[in-house]
Every structure is written in structure tokens, then in C-alpha cells.
Design a protein around this ligand. Structure first.
Ligand SMILES: Cc1cc2nc3c(=O)[nH]c(=O)nc-3n(C[C@H](O)[C@H](O)[C@H](O)COP(=O)(O)O)c2cc1C
Length: 208
């Protein structure tokens, strides 16, 4: 029988007061067990009419202040987040039978942070950030390839491609995080953290 924590949950839930510490534990395990992209997450946003929209992005950093991903600031998701800064993330690690859901408020990362990450990317990805007008209509693929060629001519030196102003990162600062473990007969285990005042996180179980 597995060891239990104080809630009677599987020991993988640990006994941690801060959900970011638990996220780190689970994420480190997922890095060992997922066949690819353990940092892939579904990001949900919603527009001015309340219509939600969902897509995958890659987590590039996280700490007690939030969860960071990078994208085009003119994309559909960024337009949504400029209107409504409430957004949600969902990780599903099939290899671990675990899910983590995070809800919070997004804000843009600093230019310094965005520059640092942008300059760590390979040349093709940097050019792609210039060439692709993400989420706008593309007439045909040639239009995009011409744009890539044009930017390669404009920025031929691999380490001298500036970061486009329309490309940056978003930081989701969480106020709710739920950890979920798949169990037999759908009697799953759920532990939810809710942020209270002074950075204190309340913890409670949810029915599966
Ligand atoms: C596994 C995976 C990871 C992805 N990571 C990113 C990412 O980090 N940033 C990004 O802009 N798009 C990423 N995409 C593409 C997005 O899912 C999406 O197609 C794109 O960002 C446009 O979304 P939007 O029109 O809702 O803004 C990823 C797709 C997949 C399948």
C-alpha cells in the first residue's frame, strides 16, 4: 500500500504549504517520465463576450510569482488576455496519471526577461517570430516563406536578430491550483490550494 499524507492522499501529494513547491516536485517527475514536452500545457483565455478559447503553449519558467510562456502579442490569445487577464492552465501528464490546473491573473514579463529568453532561441525561431503574424489569415504558405526569406536577408547574423516588439512573455500569477491523481473506478484524488491574504494558501480536498 502507498504511503499517505495527512489528508489520506497518496504520498505524491506530499505535505506542502505552498503549491508551487508541489508543482516543482510533480514537474520534475514528469520531466523524467513524459516522452516529450513535459512543459506543454493547455492555456484557456476568454474574449470580451466571454467566449473561451484553448490552445497548447510551453512553460518556459516558473517560480513563486507565476508561470511564464512566450508568444506573439498580436495573437488571439494575447488579444484575449489584454481584455481579460484571468486565464487558466492545465497540465496533463499521462505517464504519471496526473493533472494540474492553475488559474490566475496574467501580466506581461519585463522586456529584460523577454530579451533574455528570446536570445536563447535558435536563429530559425527568432526569424519565425518576425515572419509569422500569428493568428492572422495567411493567403498561402508561400507568403510566409517569402516573409521568412525577407527577414533572413534583413537579419543575416544569427546572434544579431533583435526581439520583435510584438513578441514577449506572459506571466500567470496563480490564485488557485489543483492537483489531481487518477485512481481506480474514478475515485480520483484531488487537492486544491486557494490563495488567501499574506501569501497564505488554504488547502482542501475535492470530491472526484
Ligand atoms: C505542444 C505545443 C506547444 C506549443 N507552444 C506554443 C508556445 O509556447 N507559444 C505559442 O505562441 N504557441 C505555441 N503553440 C501553438 C499554439 O497552440 C497556437 O496554435 C498558437 O499559439 C496560436 O494560438 P492563438 O491563435 O489562440 O493565439 C504550441 C502548440 C503545441 C501543440
Amino acid at each position: 500500500m502507498n504511503q499517505k499524507n495527512s489528508f489520506g492522499l497518496d504520498y505524491c501529494f506530499k505535505d506542502l504549504e505552498n503549491p508551487i513547491d508541489l508543482f516543482k516536485e510533480w514537474f520534475n517527475e514528469a520531466k523524467k517520465t513524459e516522452i516529450n514536452d513535459p512543459n506543454a500545457l493547455a492555456l484557456s483565455t476568454s474574449d470580451s463576450k466571454g467566449v473561451s478559447s484553448l490552445r497548447m503553449v510551453l512553460l518556459k519558467d516558473f517560480n513563486k510569482n507565476g508561470f511564464i510562456f512566450y508568444t506573439n502579442l498580436n495573437s488571439k490569445k494575447s488579444k484575449d488576455m489584454k481584455i481579460n487577464p484571468n486565464a487558466s492552465m492545465c497540465f496533463h501528464w499521462k505517464s504519471l496519471l496526473r493533472q494540474i490546473r492553475i488559474t490566475g491573473l496574467v501580466s506581461k514579463v519585463t522586456d529584460k526577461e523577454a530579451d533574455k529568453y528570446y536570445h536563447s532561441r535558435n536563429y530559425g525561431s527568432k526569424i519565425g517570430a518576425w515572419a509569422s503574424n500569428q493568428s492572422s489569415i495567411l493567403q498561402n504558405r508561400d507568403e510566409l516563406f517569402r516573409s521568412i526569406d525577407d527577414y533572413k536577408k534583413k537579419y543575416p547574423e544569427e546572434d544579431k536578430v533583435p526581439r520583435p516588439k510584438h513578441w514577449s512573455g506572459w506571466n500567470l500569477k496563480p490564485y488557485e491550483i489543483e492537483f489531481w491523481l487518477q485512481r481506480k473506478n474514478r475515485i480520483h484524488e484531488r487537492l486544491k490550494y486557494k490563495k488567501k491574504e499574506n501569501d497564505y494558501w488554504e488547502r482542501f480536498l475535492l470530491n472526484p
